[in-house]
Design a protein around this ligand. Structure first.
Ligand SMILES: Nc1ncnc2c1ncn2[C@@H]1O[C@H](COP(=O)(O)OP(=O)(O)OP(=O)(O)O)[C@@H](O)[C@H]1O
Length: 246
């Protein structure tokens, strides 16, 4: 087993993943994510973006291939070690905010901090600080159902960023939002991540979103492809080009 290059925080080699019903999810994907980079994983629906993020974050074990986090091989870890790695170093944002309706906005944002053992008062301060950065500080005492969808998604982003994860995995984080909200929320997320040196791996089928990233890699049918190989509807380029899979 050869360890990844030093400047890659995440590194995957020849990842394959087959779902339980034998649907192929990934078919030999290799990539490196540099420390502090915002990397977009683009591609049409069903191309394997979510599956790739789940394998990189240790949520799924690849059927074949390697995943490294710094110099730690994630693919050989047992379920408990992977769970701890995810809890302590990674954060995840889904298309839906998934907030707890019975808790206030600040309690939702503070939840991961309190689950890590931080006292309620300190967790509250940190959570409110992040809510303010994401322009939803005024709603701290409200409950999620009193907010609109874009505001709730900002709360989910504050909750993900508050523990200062090393890597944030964002799976179509702005998919349910209106176009104007999408770009705004994404820009806020990226600015916040950049200012805290948080590496971001963003899955998105939205070319406008992908163009905000430092680099874009494209998937098609579970493989890495150059954008020239994408079907016409998805064939426009983001801010940076990508290479053929190896
Ligand atoms: N739980 C599952 N069981 C079986 N097949 C699955 C499962 N989840 C995803 N797939 C299949 O795996 C392939 C990759 O899916 P994946 O969700 O990773 O793609 P995606 O690019 O994220 O798509 P989307 O944009 O629709 O979320 C697709 O063929 C999909 O139908």
């Amino acid at each position: 087993m050869e360890a990844p290059p030093d400047n890659d925080v995440l590194w995957a080699r020849a990842l394959h993943f087959t779902h339980r019903d034998r649907t192929p999810g990934l078919n030999g994907v290799s990539l490196g994510v540099r420390d502090g980079e915002i990397l977009a994983v683009g591609g049409p629906r069903g191309s394997g973006k979510t599956t790739l993020l789940r394998c990189l974050s240790g949520m799924l074990s690849p059927t074949k291939g390697e995943v490294w986090f710094n110099s730690t091989p994630v693919h050989t870890m047992g379920p408990l070690s992977r769970e701890r790695l995810r809890r302590e170093r990674f954060a995840w944002i889904d298309p839906e905010p998934g907030l707890v309706p019975e808790l206030t906005v600040w309690e939702n944002a503070a939840l991961p901090l309190m689950l890590r053992g931080m006292g309620r008062r300190k967790a509250r301060e940190r959570a409110v600080d992040w809510l303010e950065r994401l322009d939803v500080g005024a709603f701290a005492r409200k409950t999620p159902l009193q907010l609109n969808q874009a505001q709730r998604q900002r709360v989910a982003i504050a909750r993900a960023l508050a523990p200062s994860p090393t890597v944030l995995f964002a799976d179509e984080p702005t998919a349910p939002l209106h176009r104007a909200d999408r770009v705004h929320v994404l820009r806020t997320l990226m600015t916040a991540a950049r200012s805290h040196d948080i590496t971001v791996v963003l899955a998105t089928g939205d070319l406008e979103a992908a163009a905000l990233a430092d680099r874009v890699v494209h998937l098609l049918d579970g493989r890495r492809v150059s954008n020239a190989q994408l079907p016409p509807a998805a064939g426009t380029e983001g801010r940076a080009s990508c290479s053929l899979s190896v």
